[in-house]
Design a protein around this ligand. Structure first.
Ligand code: UDP
Length: 239
């Protein structure tokens, strides 16, 4: 019910592309505002929320590597993109009165605080929304892996993965007409069938730490809160 959501502390992962809206690049502030409103609703339910945002709307490391450039530098550029997105989300949250802080895996003290597990946990205990910027801080990783890592570090009850569709399907429902949607599926099955929920490193980390992954549509206004209340469409990846 309303007074006792199933999850007390969660990580929300949104891809950078989710922030683009209908644009081909960058940030659509109205979309960021909507995601901020969804986070505010989760806070009103009493759920502690940490957020990891991708950077794909700005830059991906492989884009440099595929043109013969240095992958590590490309990944640094990608991680910087996640900081831009994180600052955008903080702005949208603060605008509507939600106390939010950005902690970056890459130190840039003029812009935001640096990540430490201790500080992140302290802020979450205070009820602040903690936005984890800079991915894992390491090249060759993704923000999906960062989301699984932060979920483990802060002791999250679940990792909410916002995607383009409302759950995990046997095939891409936008391409395959009779694709089957799962209500529940195990981490093992997702990995075995290569269902593309998150990259393998992220799923393995979530599995190892018994963190369920809740796959839902990031484009559904109020969808995050609905699932936290036990309503709304999603797939639970877990045992
Ligand atoms: N990245 C990285 N290490 C991390 C997280 C991200 O090097 O721990 C870089 C990588 O180049 C990646 C880019 O940042 O392509 C953007 O992140 P991601 O692709 O995960 O964003 P999303 O697809 O969620 O928008």
């Amino acid at each position: 019910g309303l007074t006792s959501p199933k999850y007390r502390r969660v990580i929300l992962k949104a891809s950078g592309e989710a922030l683009m809206g209908s644009q081909g690049f960058g940030i659509d502030v109205s979309v960021v505002d909507r995601i901020a409103a969804d986070i505010a609703e989760a806070r009103e339910l009493g759920v502690e929320v940490g957020v990891v945002i991708g950077g794909g709307n700005i830059f991906r490391g492989v884009a440099v590597a595929s043109k013969g450039g240095d992958r590590v530098t490309g990944d640094h550029m990608g991680m910087l993109g996640t900081v831009i997105n994180s600052l955008a989300l903080r702005t949208s949250l603060v605008k509507i009165g939600v106390d939010a802080v950005v902690l970056s895996a890459i130190a840039m003290p003029e812009l935001c605080e640096s990540f430490s597990q201790r500080q992140a946990t302290a802020y979450m205990n205070e009820g602040k929304v903690v936005i984890f910027a800079g991915g894992t801080g390491n090249p060759f990783f993704t923000t999906d892996s960062a989301a699984a890592l932060r979920a483990a570090e802060i002791g999250a009850d679940a990792l909410f993965k916002g995607t383009q569709v409302d759950g995990v399907y046997s095939a891409d429902p936008r391409k395959v007409k009779d694709a089957v949607r799962y209500d529940r599926i195990t981490h093992d099955q997702v990995m075995r069938d290569n269902l593309g929920v998150m990259d393998a490193a992220a799923i393995a980390l979530a599995r190892e730490n018994n963190i369920p992954i809740i796959v839902f549509s990031i484009h559904e206004k109020g969808g995050f809160g609905a699932i936290l209340r036990g309503e709304g469409l999603c797939t639970v990846v877990g045992d």
